[in-house]
Design a protein around this ligand. Structure first.
Ligand SMILES: CC(C)(COP(=O)(O)OP(=O)(O)OC[C@H]1O[C@@H](n2cnc3c(N)ncnc32)[C@H](O)[C@@H]1OP(=O)(O)O)[C@@H](O)C(=O)NCCC(=O)NCCS
Length: 141
């Protein structure tokens, strides 16, 4: 997970990926091919609303992009997290991230659910030119 994140995402510590796989195993997943991790998603239930699954990070290795792996991971997480059932999925996305935007739009249409987007973390909250983040809220399923 750390290796895949290093290529594409704001990189967190190695410890944080191990911790997600332990404390947030129900809401995190890896995709494997030939014994290699080729995709991952980390997430958690919103503390104030356990029926909302927040996807913290999701990535697919370049060699496997566009083959439905990230979509499969999202579908799997929503199906797996049943106690209580997940009824909403949230993630934040920067406006320049076409692949991520399309991933969540496609998820919403596959689950026949509404997608609301709203700026949540303005660029002023970040240093070094980080884009604003828009919260995508999809559901109810
Ligand atoms: C976003 C990401 C996880 C998508 O992974 P993926 O396994 O390629 O996604 P899928 O194959 O399931 O495709 C999902 C949808 O996105 C579309 N898509 C995938 N890559 C795309 C791209 N580069 N540009 C536009 N659309 C794209 C697919 O066509 C598909 O749409 P469809 O269902 O209408 O056909 C991957 O591009 C990635 O790792 N990006 C870098 C990390 C990142 O930005 N993560 C999200 C922020 S936390």
């Amino acid at each position: 997970m750390h290796r895949l994140a290093a290529d594409h995402l704001d990189l967190n510590s190695e410890y944080s990926y191990v911790m997600f796989g332990d404390y947030f195993a129900e809401t995190s997943v890896v995709a494997e091919a030939n014994g290699e991790v080729i995709g991952f998603a980390t997430g958690f239930r919103a503390p104030e609303d356990p029926e909302t699954l927040f996807v913290f990070q999701i990535a697919t290795g370049d060699a496997f992009a566009g083959q439905g792996i990230a979509s499969e991971m999202l579908d799997h997480l929503v199906r797996r997290a049943t106690t209580p059932r997940v009824r909403f999925l949230e993630a934040t996305v920067t406006p320049d991230n076409d692949a991520s935007t399309r991933l969540f739009e496609s998820f919403a249409s596959r689950w026949d659910a509404q997608l609301e987007r709203q700026e949540c973390y303005g660029a002023d909250l970040f240093g070094s030119g980080h884009q604003p983040e828009f919260r995508f809220r999809i559901g109810p399923f």
